[in-house]
Write a protein that binds this ligand. Structure first.
Ligand code: FES
Length: 555
């Protein structure tokens, strides 16, 4: 009988009659993102040769809590690495650099055989290439697992996955914890930050609720976070008693989701817990059984941090101190970014300030607009719209190409502020992709998609005809939006649009087509608590959300 083992964080292990597969195994003792994130609860008791004696390793995307070089370098010769085909070669390059030898790029939605008995896997990327994330659909000996990891599927994609699997999903694993530097790295007053954190947490729960309701899996399981932070410099981001912020644990997620979708079966698993996909029988891991999210967590984290102290010190040592060439590296780096995409530059249209601390640092401004990129190493801009404060040693790693911008942003080893406080998806998109094919794919996606399909929504007594698909990343607003007070919020990444004008009010984004419909009084009355008449399965939404920066990992 096929089994599914939770390996910690987003890691899954599938054991079928004729193959063994790992998905996004993450065991590195240095954690991920400059030694910032660590597996939580810890899973190092599973870091044994038996775990890696597999035929397949599926890697969903390039983030280092999913693509672990410490695993990929010690796979058996027979193991092949499966990865979604993305517009840019970044993931494949990282896999090769990590030591992966036999790499297979999977075509979205095409089943790829895992054995000769009918088992297969396919990948389901997010609609927009702005985010290189992909779910995995694995059918093992006739049993289906939809591993959503960090991908934000639309309801339509999730339904299509279920259909492709034969109409039944045995397990659906969903991310319920944030993975973003917003708002926790931003300069907000505490009460504002807490409110944003709460809104984002609830918004993520609601997005999962919507997706699970659309598919009705036999069992839904929160996973893929949160991490914990073992470097003393970052310990403030660890969970504290009270509200969980943007990092709710899986048991807190199950509590909320069970209350709001009570007919659905939910479960929280820990590293090493195994479920028999045929019978549903669960075998708890004896080591993880001793863990508690609530009892003795401070001591647990203190012991864990002590165990990882040397590994974290090695990350600091590897970064080294910045040299006198730091300003020139900075200028050269942004000069190169300025050549990649006039489309992105025109949509950024702002000045970004970098306050670089430590040796050879300074206040450096980068203007990005239709004229290109201008670097001012005197910091002469009167009012930069974005400001990042970062130590020169961490910035240097980006400028030298050792890590990507997103690695630095996700490391939480920086501070940020915005004025006005609006997210600019194109700025973060340029930084995180930083290569021409990826940016061109986004431009093509945004400029060639069919924007003509319309739906009608209601805001109180007023009806509006709007574009069906979100101008940000294509979420189907017929099932993926809520309307509150004349503002439509797309549940894809929480961008908000004023229905009177179509203008995005909380992020830099193309406007949503929106036109008031004459004779609105004849439209059907909204259901209680539901303003969006065209969306048959929408939730009422009492709580507005913060925009999701990292795509949320996009902030
Ligand atoms: S798809 Fe991203 S906010 Fe709508």
């Amino acid at each position: 009988m096929p089994t599914l083992t939770f390996l910690g964080h987003a890691g899954l292990g599938v054991r079928a009659d004729n193959f063994r597969l790992l998905a996004d195994p993450w065991f590195a003792r240095t954690g991920a993102f400059l030694g910032s994130w660590h597996q939580f609860p810890r899973n190092d008791h599973l870091d044994v040769p038996e775990t890696f004696d597999v035929d397949w390793v599926a890697v969903s995307h390039e983030h280092l809590d999913h693509l672990d070089a410490s695993v990929l370098g010690r796979l058996p010769d027979r193991a092949r690495v499966l990865v979604p085909r993305y517009p840019a070669p970044t993931v494949v390059r990282r896999l090769r650099a990590a030591g992966a030898r036999r790499i297979v790029e999977l075509t979205p939605w095409e089943p790829y055989p895992l054995d000769t008995s009918g088992s297969w896997i396919t990948v389901i990327p997010e609609s927009s290439p702005m985010c290189h994330d992909a779910a995995m659909l694995i059918v093992a000996d006739g049993h289906a697992v939809l591993n959503c990891n960090d991908a934000r599927l639309t309801a339509a994609q999730a339904r299509r996955a279920k259909h492709l699997a034969g109409g039944r999903l045995d397990v659906m694993a969903v991310q319920t914890s944030g993975a973003s530097w917003h708002p926790i790295c931003y300069a907000y007053p505490p009460e504002v930050r807490h409110q944003i954190e709460r809104d984002k947490r609830i918004g993520k729960f609601r997005a999962v609720q919507r997706l699970v309701r659309a598919t009705g899996p036999e069992l839904a399981v929160p996973f893929a976070g949160p991490a914990c932070f073992l470097d003393p410099e970052l310990a403030r981001f660890n969970p504290t008693p009270g509200e969980p912020g943007i990092f709710p644990d899986s048991e807190q997620a199950v509590a909320w989701l069970s209350e709001h979708l009570p007919a659905q079966r939910w479960a929280a698993f820990r590293p090493g817990d195994t479920i028999d996909l045929a019978t549903g029988e669960v075998t708890p891991d004896p080591v993880s059984a001793a863990f508690s999210y609530t009892q003795g967590i401070e001591d647990y984290l203190a012991r864990y941090a002590a165990d990882r102290r040397e590994a974290i010190a090695s990350v600091h040592a590897a970064a080294g101190e910045p040299g006198p060439d730091l300003p020139n590296l900075f200028r050269t780096h942004f000069g190169r970014l300025g050549t990649l995409s006039p489309y992105f530059l025109s949509r950024i249209g702002m000045t970004v300030r970098f306050e670089v601390t430590g040796a050879y640092g300074g206040t450096w401004d980068v203007r990005k607009d239709t004229a290109g990129v201008t670097v001012d190493l005197t910091g002469g801009t009167a009012a930069p719209e974005y400001t990042f404060t970062v130590e020169g040693r961490w910035l240097q790693a980006v400028l030298r190409g050792d890590i990507a911008w997103e690695d630095l942003l996700l490391s939480l080893r920086l501070r940020a502020r915005r004025d006005p406080d609006r997210y600019n998806d194109y700025l973060i998109g340029l930084l995180k992709h930083a290569n021409e094919p990826a940016l061109r794919a986004i431009e093509e996606y945004e400029t060639t998609r069919d924007a003509d399909e319309r739906i009608v929504v209601r805001a109180g007594d007023t009806a509006y005809e709007i574009g069906r698909y979100c101008p940000h990343a294509g979420e189907d607003l017929a099932v993926g939006a809520v309307v509150t007070g004349g503002v439509l919020r797309c549940l894809g990444h929480n961008f908000e649009f004023d229905l009177r004008t179509g203008v995005c009010v909380n992020a830099r984004c193309e406007p949503l087509f929106s036109k008031q419909v004459a004779g609105a009084a004849a439209a059907p009355a909204p259901r209680p608590g539901h303003d969006l008449a065209a969306a048959a399965d929408l939730e009422s939404e009492e709580v507005p959300d913060g925009v999701d920066e990292n795509r949320e990992r996009s902030r």
